[in-house]
Design a binder for this molecule. Structure first.
Ligand code: SAJ
Length: 438
């Protein structure tokens, strides 16, 4: 096969640096495009959302991720990164479009559209890499035929590979460089060709395999985490029944050299762990453990609501102050957030709920100031382990609330500090509340 078109340049490691087109400028695509630009590639970022492209051109970066704004602005300012709603020719195409869940199945409509767009500009010698999370077989059975409508054949005229993203929101720019990567080729040459792009910026190891195995590996990683969080949530329920503190139990159990129990919480949110395990299942193999884990984790918000109702029982017209609407601590993302389900369910029970989140912008979810949220509240309900909650001074808050009740579903604040301020502290996974001294 011919080498990629364009003007091949070499970086200091002798790697061929050409033009990369990144399709989808969201949580993964934008950091990927910025990282490639930072490592000397000529990058063209494409997104169908015209307002996003315009906003990026003005230097406004809508994805809140440590250091990302500065890197994107630098890349745009220096001309290494260009953005538009339509792709032009390139040597490499990296597809980072969303693949949401619809009726417990992957909605591949964005990926199909992006593949068709690439087919329109595909040239002999190009390399197409899918990074979006997809059911096994998608790259070869769905993306490939769409690309081949160009008249070019995968493995013969162009390279095709699947390389899943593995970054943790909050540490994306560090993990994009440090994490090991799995690169699954349509054929071995495609895997090699795709590896050349990652070799330019990844400090972790690169493991080459076939495309379907790589797709499967990605799903296994997230299903593994989901099942293990479900285990933690299940033992939290059992600990309450048996009158022990699940957090102490987990900490002690984790001193065993082969035990690593995760943390219970109000539920599993985000666009990955709560979604991807379903992509592993098929019409024929519906599984038993994976759906059971999903049911346990999806059931957590209801458990939290039940316990909150018990805590505020007997208080007339109770008000709950929800701390954290993000899907997890230190995130500003509310996709599939269990906190939102909890707030809505509490409201469904006639409880007044005010929400405070120092990270989630108001245009994403209507939150209030800390003062408004706690004013006349009867129970502070912690739903995300934001660092700010850990350092919060409980004494001034104790003067603003109506009842001094705290329910910590993440075990993330200093309970002694809160009891000293007069609060009775309830903790998920521990039946007995912690009373204030004296
Ligand atoms: N959670 C718990 N207890 C835990 C860990 C997590 O309740 O011990 C909850 C969180 O609060 C959150 C949800 O699970 O609601 C998911 O959070 P997470 O931190 O486990 O994962 P994500 O969704 O932010 O990122 C995951 C990561 N996958 C794995 O760790 C295997 C990340 O590396 C992936 O790149 C990402 O999914 C993705 O995009 O697929």
């Amino acid at each position: 096969m011919e080498r990629p078109v364009g003007v091949p340049q070499r970086n200091r490691d002798g790697i061929n640096m050409s033009r990369v087109v990144v399709l989808g400028l969201g949580y993964i695509g934008l950091p990927t495009a910025a990282t490639l630009a930072l490592h000397g590639w000529e990058v063209h970022g494409v997104d169908v959302r015209a307002e996003l492209v315009e906003s990026l051109k003005q230097g406004n970066v809508p994805v809140r991720e440590r250091d990302l704004s500065a890197i994107v602005r630098d890349a745009l300012g220096g001309g290494d990164l260009q953005v538009s709603t339509k792709p032009e020719n390139g040597d490499y195409f990296v597809l980072c479009v969303p693949t949401p869940l619809k009726d417990r199945q992957a909605d591949l409509s964005y990926l199909r559209k992006a593949s068709a767009t690439v087919a329109g500009v595909l040239r002999r010698g190009n390399t197409v890499i899918v990074e979006s999370t997809v059911p096994p077989g998608t790259t070869t059975q769905i993306v490939r035929p769409i690309l081949e409508k160009s008249g070019l054949a995968a493995g013969k005229d162009f390279h095709l590979a699947y390389c899943p993203e593995r970054v943790m929101p909050g540490s994306i720019l560090r993990e994009i460089v440090e994490n090991d990567r799995i690169i699954g080729g349509f054929d071995p040459e495609s895997a090699e060709e795709a590896a050349s792009i990652y070799r330019s910026f990844v400090r972790g190891k690169l493991f080459l395999t076939d495309a379907t195995t790589a797709e499967f590996v990605k799903l296994v990683e997230n299903a593994y985490r989901d099942v293990n969080v479900a285990f933690a949530n299940e033992i939290a329920k059992l600990a309450e029944v048996h009158g022990v503190d699940v957090w102490e139990v987990i900490s002690l159990a984790n001193h065993h050299p082969r035990v690593r129990v995760l943390q219970p919480g109000p539920g599993v949110g985000g666009h990955c762990i709560a979604v991807d395990p379903w992509f592993l299942l098929t019409q024929d193999v519906k599984g038993s453990l994976i759906p059971a884990a999903r049911a346990v984790n999806d059931g957590q918000p209801k458990q939290v609501v039940q316990r909150t109702l018990e805590i505020v029982h007997g208080i007339s017209r109770p008000k709950v102050a929800a701390f954290g609407v993000a899907y997890k601590g230190e995130a500003d993302d509310i996709r599939e957030s269990p906190a939102i389900e909890i707030i809505e369910r509490l409201e469904g029970h006639g409880i007044t709920v005010a929400a405070y989140d120092p990270l989630v912008p108001n245009d994403r979810y209507p939150t209030q100031s800390l003062e408004e949220t706690i004013g006349d509240a009867d129970c502070i309900l912690i739903l995300a382990s934001h660092r700010e909650f850990h350092y919060m001074d409980a004494s001034p808050l104790s003067k603003r609330v109506r009842h001094r009740l705290l329910f910590d579903t993440k075990n993330c604040v200093d309970h002694r500090k809160w009891t000293r301020a007069g609060f009775t502290v309830h903790v998920l996974g521990r039946a007995a509340p912690i009373a204030p001294p004296g």
